[in-house]
Design a protein around this ligand. Sequence first.
Ligand SMILES: Nc1ncnc2c1ncn2[C@@H]1O[C@H](COP(=O)(O)OP(=O)(O)OP(=O)(O)O)[C@@H](O)[C@H]1O
Ligand SMILES: [Mg+2]
Length: 350
Amino acid sequence: MDVANYDLLATTLLLLDEQGRVVHANAAAQELFGLSCKQLTGVLGHVLFNADASLAAHIVSAVEGKFAVLREDLTISRRGALVPVSLTLVHLNQPPWAVLLEVRELEHHILLERNRHLSQELDVQRESLRNLAHEVKNPLGGIRGAAQLLETELEAEPLREYTRVIMAEADRLSGLVDRLIAPQGVTLKQARFNIHEICERVYTLARAEYASQIEIVRDYDASAPELMGDHERLLQALLNIMRNAAQALTESHSTLAPKLILRTRIGRQLVLATRPVKLGMVVSIIDNGPGVPAELHDKIFHPLVTGRANGTGLGLSLAQEFVQQHGGVIEFDSTAGHTEFRMILPLELP
Ligand SMILES: Nc1ncnc2c1ncn2[C@@H]1O[C@H](COP(=O)(O)OP(=O)(O)OP(=O)(O)O)[C@@H](O)[C@H]1O
Ligand SMILES: [Mg+2]
């Protein structure tokens, strides 16, 4: 097909050369990125997306024909806003074209479908984990009790070392089991409050723990109306998100000065866990740390998924559960140097 004909298509297409640079961007692509064909030409394809190094690697693989077609969900930045897109990479063998990128803006209903799916999937996982935890709890108590009895019977001190290991490990496991069972079936303690009360608590705690290592910035939307919700749970959810960001910042060896931003905004036309809403409260925690490891992107909210050596992987799963109990959702975007977790809560219409 003649390149000019691509301009007639509604689909966004970018043609890349062997180096992964844009050779041609059709009219729809210019529209989507808000840049002219001239501005887009010569730019490295992966730079146009908010992605980690894996995208550049995928483009190289596509150039080399290592796969025919690959799809990924990413975001692009357009006039300061993040736009979710689905990207398809296609290997082409028509010099100077080596790769074709097709970019689709994700519509609300697709996002909604994803959120719904995630929410159901998480429910099922939590349910089965809780069942398992209940099953483990009783025999665990038995094991611990038996080890304790045994210890009193044992005379040789070296042998008691073993019973102590059994008890200590049983206690550790029992702590985990308790955390898995904890939030079930408890109804929300609804109250009316301003979201900034929670933000201020999180800010104070973050400062107490991390002020010497991290610059912590508040950026509040003072016009935020009060909302209905469970103060404790929303606080816990936001704390878990903040802790992760602070841990990512303090445990990495980045050259950037560690910075954490706590931001509130009123959002319009939002997609939440199970429905779209006209008005919502968006609380963002933004850090300039190394970013969420690529292999965790799809499962970060699942229980027991962790990227940290001593993490349990329950923080985000619990936070997501608490926020979903409020009809909201937690979502995130992450690239090296910019990670943003957003807690989105519905606001009643005035
Ligand atoms: N801001 C962030 N930057 C980089 N990675 C993050 C960030 N937030 C979360 N992660 C990654 O997501 C993983 C899961 O987080 P989650 O809070 O669920 O568990 P955890 O922090 O590992 O353990 P826990 O919170 O139970 O102590 C983390 O281990 C980390 O790898
Ligand atoms: Mg955590």
